[in-house]
Design a protein around this ligand. Structure first.
Ligand SMILES: [Zn+2]
Ligand SMILES: [Zn+2]
Length: 327
């Protein structure tokens, strides 16, 4: 069987190639993810550990079981005596994980794993539901668990899904998304407040599918595409941006349109915003990609405003060098 990587909100693991992400929510601090294929469902949940009140894994397991019971009651309208069988703990990503088997679905094999990842400060719960033959189930679950990573070294974390892959800083929170036929985007935000300044960064990763059909007239001329099909919409989403320069660069084996600009705005609280946009057409995936990185600093008008250009440059460099637009 062939496997592929899924990287989402600081988790990274391998699943069978036909497995699809079917639902997700939240951000790196607290969220969930569901992937599915014929006969196998994998649900992952994570939450921030409260350092003052760390619950034992058995307590976390108990509340997981009681919410599973509630869910069954809600859907089947009857009270079910949920069977739970404790299993031996095992290691996942160098953490000792509490393991058990549930029975929420008739004839299914349902292992559950719960562990604390101190390095990312989170508790992680994985629940598999499989109606595949037992040895196949065991083999797949084993492969997924042994590939599982819940923490990463360094400041950047890998994202890998929807046939794209890239690294962004762990401090960038996924705050908006649309995953749809034709158009998909992920929006990340980072914000820092101090008594005399507000600083923030945002990143939009967006692509348009079937580009040679939908943008038949413009996909080969990205400047025209950008001006006629994209700029109006981008301006609405990113306040206070303007571009002063446009260059074409050869990146990722594609011709990439790189726009850059800085704009000042506001009266009493002055804001300085820098913006970089990278737009290209990838023939292998037949998508138009448009990535927009903005960084701003806001301060009262009598104080100087300076953007952290060095950090911005590093973030863009890492993003570009890690980006895969076709797999
Ligand atoms: Zn970990
Ligand atoms: Zn490409």
């Amino acid at each position: 069987m062939r496997f592929k990587e899924i990287g989402w909100n600081g988790l990274l693991f391998e699943v069978p190639e036909e497995m699809r992400m079917t639902s997700e929510g939240g951000n790196i601090n607290s969220g969930y993810l569901r992937t599915e294929m014929e006969g196998l469902v994998m649900e992952v949940k994570w939450e921030l550990l409260n350092p003052k009140k760390i619950k034992s894994l058995a307590e976390v397991a108990d509340s997981f079981i009681s919410s599973a019971k509630k869910k069954i009651k809600k859907t089947s309208k009857k009270k079910i005596d949920l069977k739970v069988e404790r299993a031996e703990s095992r290691f996942i990503a160098s953490h000792s994980a509490y393991s058990m088997f549930l029975k929420t679905v008739a004839k299914a094999w349902e292992p559950v794993y719960i562990w604390n990842c101190e390095k990312s400060g989170r508790v992680v719960i994985i629940h598999f539901t499989s109606i595949l033959p037992e040895d196949t189930s065991r083999e797949l679950v084993e492969h997924i668990l042994s590939s599982f990573k819940c923490h990463h070294e360094g400041k950047f974390i890998p994202w890998s899904a929807l046939n794209i892959r890239f690294n962004v800083p762990a401090s960038f929170l996924l705050s908006e998304r649309k995953i749809a036929v034709g158009r998909t985007y992920l929006v990340f935000n980072e914000q820092k407040l101090s008594p005399f300044a507000e600083m923030g960064r945002s990143l939009i990763i967006e692509y348009f599918s079937m580009a040679n059909v939908i943008y038949e007239d413009t996909y080969k001329n990205l400047e025209v595409w950008f001006q006629n099909k994209y700029w109006k919409d981008l301006k609405k989403r990113c306040k206070n941006i303007a571009f002063q320069t446009t260059e074409t660069k050869r990146i990722l084996r594609h011709n990439v349109l790189h726009k850059h600009g800085v704009k000042g705005s506001g009266i009493f609280t002055r804001r300085l915003t820098s913006c970089d946009n990278l737009t290209w057409y990838c023939s292998k995936s037949n998508r138009i990609y448009s990535i927009t990185f903005t960084s701003y600093v806001s301060r009262p008008f009598f104080l100087k405003r300076k953007l952290d250009e060095e950090t911005n440059r590093k973030i863009i460099e890492e993003l570009v060098s890690s980006f895969r637009c076709h797999l």
